[in-house]
Design a protein around this ligand. Structure first.
Ligand SMILES: [Zn+2]
Length: 473
């Protein structure tokens, strides 16, 4: 119960007891305030509330420590490996970029944490719930409205940060190409997509939990998994074209090289495209999308512009490594298992009264339970994220190795490509190992280059010894 509610109750009382004398009125106030404080006190003893607050504050403090270590491990001296591609001034700029972005995300996190704490402690969730209920819809529609309001609130909170990051920070470091029009259109498309995709999915989950009882988590798991697979097919054909233009790659040296490499690898492609990444940013990237018939190779136009064909083919060979080693499938399988686990744990907490008391809720509902569970699940999710990242970094080394083994330049194309990518994206060359451990899906570039060199040397030695054996025999 918050201050607003106290005054509401006071008004209600006023209506019932007309023309009460002011002394009585203030007595009523004092009891209400007492009840209010008393309830607050009980709320503070709730183990779930303590846990949720500890998770929020603990996560924040961890990020604070990691950011501090990250900034401290910046090295003003340019690593030898990068002497040929970096100018001193540009390297200084990359360090500046790390400092600015790290500082900025700390500010954003601090504001978000404070507002979240205030929202929880002031009974914000209950207020939103009462508001959604006041419309008088059925439970699933009310749930969609409740979630919609919360998403809207967090969207509004994030918007100034997103604007500042795009138009001030990225602009200052010459990454930004986004116009105000593109930015607004992106937002609108994002909202429409979130409503069209997230809405029915959430409705399905709510429906399963309300109708199917103890097996609901299983149905939800199946539904979400099915949905994810459908999205994987739809994304490259329907969703991504909404945001970017895909143009088939022009004929020439690059296309020839790619086609030749793909044929060597027995890799059937539906098309090679460039994407107008330059519409938003000057950053470089490349990826595979889709499955089977819809499989495409996509290069950002900025990548095609900045890298030599040999380097681009090395990047492609790296992506091919992910494909051949079935990394994408394994990652998807792991994420399917993760989803099942999450729904199962969710089903254990969904109707828990203490959990709802922690958030000062007057009514118990499936939809609010989903949100509150998100707070409980955060540490599990973070731990799983660390495992995913460890696994992903291992995969990156494997994909690099694949590229070295299947191209014939001893990894030089890949090394040069990686160096150009890092320079152009102003990546931090010397991240702190704790930050890498927690947040990095890719190993730091210097370690990758070292591993590539080592493998290339081993391969060369092997070749040599094979030739020597041939000569002897
Ligand atoms: Zn990769």
């Amino acid at each position: 119960m918050d201050a607003g509610e106290i005054s509401n109750r006071r008004n209600r009382k006023r209506k019932n007891v007309q023309a009460v004398d002011p002394v009585v009125d203030s007595v009523v106030d004092i009891t209400l305030v007492y009840q209010h404080l008393h309830r607050k006190k009980r709320k503070f003893m709730n183990a779930y509330l303590i846990f949720v607050l500890a998770v929020l504050v603990g996560g924040y403090l961890l990020d604070l420590v990691v950011s501090f270590l990250e900034l401290r491990s910046l090295q003003p001296e340019l690593p030898t490996e990068f002497r040929d591609v970096y100018e001193k001034e540009k390297y200084r700029k990359s360090q500046e970029y790390t400092k600015v972005t790290t500082g900025f995300s700390l500010i954003q996190e601090t504001v978000t944490l404070l507002l979240t704490l205030i929202f929880i402690l002031a009974g914000g969730f209950n207020a939103v719930d009462l508001l959604a209920r006041s419309v008088g819809w059925g439970s699933i529609s009310t749930g969609l409205l409740f979630t919609g309001i919360l998403v809207l609130l967090s969207f509004v909170l994030g918007l100034p940060f997103s604007i500042y990051s795009t138009f001030v920070i990225e602009e200052r470091f010459c990454f930004n190409k986004t116009t105000a029009k593109t930015f607004i259109l992106d937002l609108l498309k994002g909202v429409v997509l979130a409503v069209l995709i997230g809405g029915p999915l959430l409705a399905a989950v709510l429906w399963f939990f309300e109708i199917t009882g103890s097996m609901a988590w299983l149905y939800c798991w199946l539904a979400v998994t099915l949905f994810t697979f459908v999205l994987q097919f739809l994304a490259p054909v329907v969703i991504m074209p909404l945001f970017n233009k895909f143009t088939p790659l022009e004929d020439g040296e690059l296309k020839e090289g790619i086609t030749k490499y793909a044929a060597q690898q027995d890799f059937a492609i539906q098309g090679i495209y460039t994407m107008d990444g330059s519409k938003r940013s000057t950053r470089l990237n490349a990826f595979f999308t889709g499955f089977g018939r819809f499989r495409r190779i996509v290069f950002f136009d900025t990548l095609v512009e900045k890298l030599q064909p040999k380097e681009i083919i090395a990047v492609l060979a790296h992506e091919m490594g992910h494909f051949k080693k079935k990394h994408i499938l394994k990652m998807m399988a792991a994420s399917v298992v993760q989803t099942g686990l999450m729904f199962f744990i969710l089903s254990l907490f969904l109707g828990n009264e203490q959990l709802f008391a922690a958030f000062a809720m007057e009514h118990i509902s499936v939809y609010a339970g989903l949100i509150f569970f998100g707070f409980l699940y955060a540490p599990v999710s973070m731990l799983l994220g660390i495992f995913f990242h460890i696994y992903s970094r291992k995969n990156e080394y494997e994909a690099d190795a694949w590229a070295v083994q299947t191209t014939d330049d001893q990894g030089e194309g890949l090394i040069n490509g990686l160096k150009k990518l890092s320079v152009h994206n102003l990546s931090n060359l010397t991240p702190h190992s704790l930050n890498v451990f927690i947040h990095y899906s890719h190993p730091p570039v210097l370690q990758r280059i070292e591993a590539i060199r080592q493998l290339a040397e081993e391969l060369a030695e092997e070749k040599e010894s094979v030739q020597q054996i041939k000569q002897i025999t």
